[in-house]
Design a protein around this ligand. Structure first.
Ligand code: NAI
Length: 767
């Protein structure tokens, strides 16, 4: 036994293990567990064990949910939804406040249970996970209260199926349940199979506070149970987990009309500039990749450091890494706990092996007995090394260098993901410049892994779409105002016109495509007959050329709203000046609507603001709507001119460049816009127009990797094909169907929201 003198000599921490007896008693008393459906726990069915990853000890038996269990839960949620939605905002809020308070009362119990089940250090579950869970319910209780005031004309979606991972079990559950309930939805949630216990303890809290039966239903089980939820009669799926499963869910849901939000993987950059406070940056790495054993979707897993300070930084980093204590998660002085399951440990090691086989050098990162892996990093690592590309999801970072800020941005964005990024520089100018150029949904300046219920969280690119937290998160659980329906005529398959260009009898003109600001003949050289002439029969090559032209016109996004507004006003004025001429080919009402749209979105171009949200003290958090980049738009077949302008103007007002498939059966009114665009200072490549077989072209556009978001107006069956094609790189698809394109429901905030994705930027403020 060590004496006080020994301890004073070594300055080693003694073990200080949190007492887990109350939790163990509860597990014995309450297990084996069934599901929580319609306000009650069901009898356990076929069960499997949930284990403590630190020791391998079995903690409890939980039930593998069957499709029938899922159907029961969905039925209960459906039955409860109307009543729940009809409660006043403040009544719903009171339940959420009560849940928050009960979570706080049980903070210690829930922290210990989380740590036992997941392997994360008690310090983290106690100081980070559980307090954030309570914060999430408090914050969303407020949104329940304010829903009708702040989201007028919005309605809940109905029943939400929610599938969550094992890295932050209770916190991810709170992120899903709190906004759903605040908005007036009911839920069926499936925790991850490794970590279901805190969700079951939470179910007890729901019962304790008297939450109406069926509002929250928890069904446990593995991926098969998750798949059953995706297939069930729910109105929305919210998923957090691997990109592979996210992609599969997107494919399954294609064409079903169910709403979807996905929060997937990441390989987030952690950029250290040469003027950074290196000690602070090293602490940032600790919070970034060595937090929660690196099992964090937004972990700063790619450390990029300026060459000038790389050596000094690495020395500090290695020294700090050596001081981290790997050990029993329940020990209060443990920094790095257990990996959630042996399967995940093997996976981490396999990626590290592949990385070292490909020439990288692993510093630290050695496996221990059981589910432990020491923190480490891969150095001398090439950009194409698998360790640099794949999400390791363990306590292993990569370390590489850059020379200039431009190179840092290029490396930071050299990934298919775009979840988060952390930037370290003592210069506000340098840091905010990088923040604006890194393509990610969350940027932390001189901080890392900060979370708050008011700060939207979610990804760009293959990190998914949709946001959790704040206003953006609430909107993902609400439906906008109902639209008055107007049927959309399906286009016929266009046939190549005999005789080629300009030779059709009685046909007055042959139009061209509009690509990169110039009129282009279609790749195949063919045309098809349309009212008033011949239209070019575009093909996949034309779509690719148009996307390329749009990709090159990136300056448009950086011009600023004021400058874009000037161009849109100019378009509006030029169109107004030629209104009579346009009215020869279009209905007057369409021409008027087209002019209105240009004026309307010119007005919006510099006013669709972000907001500053209140999170933790000492941080200024800005939520900024950013353009997607290149968007694909397939226009309605009816009301060609009004439909085109209603979709294109909001998209470009927000800074996107667009590739547009004009109304297939009657595109000439749109093709007359070329001269208007040319005379209105619209830079080439911002609007690109292709005509031809709409659905064939739209599929190519939806599948294109360079296209970041897709709007498709057309039939349900075709929409399924488009959504499936878009699933490849996980771009969001929006389908504003059945509108009257000359009416008021064809313009407004809804369009702007779908033309942007939010970036949440955390800055130190008054610290
Ligand atoms: P996963 O994506 O399989 O699991 C996440 C959740 O989805 C779990 O609840 C699981 O039961 C459920 N699920 C699995 N297959 C499903 C399906 N076909 N339909 C519906 N639900 C399904 O992730 P897994 O296998 O646990 O971890 C593998 C890798 O995924 C990790 O190494 C990491 O790279 C990544 N991951 C990323 C997370 C994130 O937060 N972005 C979280 C968890 C894993």
């Amino acid at each position: 036994m060590s004496t006080v003198t020994d301890i004073m000599d070594s300055m080693e921490y003694g073990p200080s293990v949190e007492d887990s007896s109350a939790v163990r008693d509860w597990l014995t008393r309450r297990g084996p567990f069934g599901h929580f459906i319609n306000g009650k726990f069901t009898k356990p069915g076929q069960t499997f064990a949930s284990a403590d990853p630190a020791t391998g000890d079995k903690l409890a038996q939980i039930t593998q949910g069957t499709p029938e269990d899922v159907a029961d839960a969905v039925r209960a949620a459906k039955k409860a939804q109307n009543g729940w939605a009809k409660l006043s905002g403040s009544e719903r809020a009171r339940y959420l406040y009560a849940i928050a308070r009960h979570v706080q009362k049980r903070e210690r119990f829930l922290s210990v249970l989380e740590t036992l089940d997941n392997g994360k250090p008690i310090r983290e579950s106690r100081d980070i996970d559980i307090p954030l869970v309570a914060r999430h319910f408090y914050h969303h209780a407020g949104w329940a209260e304010l829903r009708d005031e702040e989201f007028p004309d919005h309605t809940p979606l109905g029943v939400c199926g929610q599938i969550i991972p094992w890295n932050f079990p209770l916190l991810m559950m709170a992120w899903k349940i709190a906004p759903a309930l605040a908005a007036g939805n009911t839920v069926v949630l499936k925790p991850a199979e490794y970590t279901s216990l805190t969700a079951l303890a939470f179910a007890e809290i729901c019962a304790e506070v008297g939450l109406p039966d069926g509002v929250v239903n928890i069904v446990t089980g593995d991926g098969a149970t998750g798949a059953a939820i995706v297939e069930a009669e729910v109105d929305k799926i919210a998923f957090t987990g691997s990109t592979e499963v996210g992609r599969a869910i997107a494919e399954t849901l294609a064409g079903t009309g169910k709403k979807l939000t996905l929060e997937l993987g990441g390989k987030s950059p952690f950029v250290v500039m040469d003027d950074a406070d290196l000690d602070a940056a090293v602490e940032g790495v600790v919070d970034s990749i060595w937090f929660n054993q690196g099992q964090v979707c937004c972990a700063g897993s790619r450390i990029l450091v300026a060459e000038a300070v790389a050596e000094r930084f690495e020395t500090l980093l290695a020294a700090r890494m050596d001081k981290l204590r790997v050990g029993l998660p329940l020990d209060k002085s443990t920094d790095v706990g257990a990996i959630v399951d042996p399967v995940q440990k093997d996976r981490i090691q396999a990626i590290c092996r592949a990385a070292t086989d490909a020439g990288a050098e692993l510093v630290g990162g050695q496996p221990g007995e059981g589910c432990f892996i020491a923190p480490g990093y891969l150095r001398n690592i090439a950009p194409a090394n698998p360790g640099m590309e794949q999400e390791i999801f363990g306590p292993i970072a990569t370390l590489s260098t850059f020379r200039t800020a431009d190179e840092a941005v290029e490396l930071a964005n050299n990934t298919r993901y775009g979840l988060a990024g952390s930037v370290w520089s003592e210069s506000a100018t340098v840091a905010t410049d990088l923040a604006s150029r890194i393509k990610a949904g969350v940027i932390w300046i001189n901080c890392a892994n900060m979370f708050d219920a008011a700060a939207p969280f979610g990804g760009y690119r293959e990190s998914g779409f949709g946001r959790e937290g704040g206003v953006a998160g609430m909107l993902d659980y609400l439906a906008g105002p109902k639209v008055k329906t107007k049927n959309e005529p399906a286009p016929q398959t266009p046939q190549a016109a005999p005789g080629g260009e300009g030779k059709g009898g009685g046909i007055d003109r042959t139009a061209k495509l509009y690509i990169g600001g110039a009129q282009k003949r279609p790749d195949g050289g063919a045309n098809y007959a349309v009212p008033g002439g011949l239209a070019p029969l575009g093909n996949r090559k034309d779509i690719r050329n148009a996307v390329e032209a749009a990709a090159k016109a990136g300056k448009w996004g950086g011009m600023g709203g004021h400058a874009r507004a000037q161009v849109l006003y100019y378009i509006a004025e030029n169109l107004a000046a030629r209104a009579d001429e346009f009215a020869k080919r279009s209905n007057r009402s369409e021409v008027d609507a087209a002019i209105d749209r240009a004026f309307h979105y010119a007005a919006w171009a510099d006013k669709f603001d972000g907001r500053n949200v209140q999170t933790k003290p000492a941080h200024l958090v800005n939520v900024i709507p950013e353009p997607y980049g290149v968007m694909g738009i397939a226009c309605p077949n009816a009301q060609p001119l009004a439909g085109f302008m209603s979709l294109v103007m909001p998209a470009i007002a927000m800074g996107n460049r667009v590739v547009v498939i004009a109304a297939q059966d009657d595109p000439l009114p749109v093709l007359d816009l070329y001269q208007v665009f040319d005379t209105s200072d619209l830079p080439g490549g911002v609007v690109n127009i292709v005509t031809g077989p709409k659905d064939e072209l739209a599929k190519v556009l939806a599948a294109h990797d360079e296209v970041a978001a897709m709007w498709y107006v057309g039939g349900a069956e075709q929409l399924r094909v488009i959504e499936q094609a878009a699933g490849g790189n996980l771009k969001p698809v929006w389908s504003p169907v059945n509108r009257n394109w000359t009416g008021p429901q064809a313009q407004g905030r809804e369009f702007l929201r779908h033309a942007t994705q939010t970036k949440t930027i955390w800055l130190p403020y008054g610290a």
